[in-house]
Design a protein around this ligand. Structure first.
Ligand SMILES: [Zn+2]
Length: 274
């Protein structure tokens, strides 16, 4: 699933192509469950004629700022991608939402597994989406002290806490494993028992792995493409994630894979002791 770096690239590569354009019509919506709010009929009516004023990202949501105070929020989930096409390109059968722009171009929301979602939000709806998510880990407000405060008193293992979008937004399985490797923290370590030094290392690790992934265009394991259709290259730079049985880049010990909170979890048993 795309995480913060991939969603940021998807948002930027989409926004730069369509900012200032106007949506003429929703040309295809053949998987109505994709639209979480409002009702699909209303979604179609309200999107028609809207200008795309800007774009952004919140957690793993791509946000298209529209005129009239509306925001089109799009979530790629497992296999979604958003791409921009000339007027005459035919969408394939996995393209479940097509927005036709007044200049003739089309935006395709392609999603083989159909977990992708769309919401058309007014200001209150956008505020609710914001409130449902925790800190943006690359924001200035996300300091070492802030992270320490988020983890204080929590006896849960650190890895599932890192995946909890209501605490910290945008980190998924890849960057949780990578950040813990960077900080030399075992994924099952109780969050409340991390030392001040370990929390500082984790904070630095979270930021470092996200920034590296941003610099590499995100990670493409299977489906992820940015909105130009390009793959990321950060998967070539993993330290622990997806490297079971390969040597730890720091100490040479074999990376092991286990399951933590139902998620495949990769770590170095020498560097990341419990
Ligand atoms: Zn190691």
């Amino acid at each position: 699933m795309p995480e913060l770096p991939e969603v940021q690239h998807a948002a930027d590569s989409l926004g730069i192509q369509i900012a200032g354009a106007r949506i003429a019509t929703v040309e295809r919506l053949d998987w109505p469950r994709m639209v979480e709010t409002p009702a699909p009929e209303e979604f179609i009516v309200r999107l028609a004629g809207r200008e795309i004023r800007g774009w952004g990202r919140r957690a793993k949501w791509i946000l298209l700022e529209l005129d009239g105070g509306w925001t089109l929020a799009l979530h790629l989930r497992m296999s979604g991608s958003l791409t921009v096409h000339p007027a005459d390109t035919e969408p394939d059968r996995h393209t479940h939402l097509v927005l036709r722009l007044t200049d003739g171009r089309q935006i395709f929301f392609h999603d083989t597994r159909k977990f992708g979602r769309a919401r058309l939000l007014d200001a209150a709806g956008l505020a609710m989406l914001n409130d449902a998510h925790g800190d943006e880990p690359l924001s200035e407000a996300f300091t070492v002290e802030r992270l320490a405060g988020l983890l204080r008193g929590r006896q849960r293992a650190i890895k599932p806490l890192l995946l909890d979008q209501s605490l910290i937004a945008g980190i998924g399985n890849i960057y949780a494993d990578e950040a813990l490797w960077c900080a030399r923290i075992h994924p099952l370590h109780p969050a409340a028992e991390l030392s001040t030094e370990a929390i500082a290392d984790l904070h630095a690790g979270i930021r470092a792995v996200l920034r590296q992934a941003l610099a590499n265009g995100g990670s493409t394991l299977r489906d992820y493409r940015n909105s130009y259709g390009a793959r990321g290259t950060n998967q070539d730079h993993f330290h622990a994630y997806d490297r079971e049985g390969q040597p730890c880049p720091r100490c040479g010990t074999m990376i092991v894979k286990t399951v933590v909170a139902q998620r495949g979890t990769h770590y170095c048993p020498a560097c990341q002791r419990r």
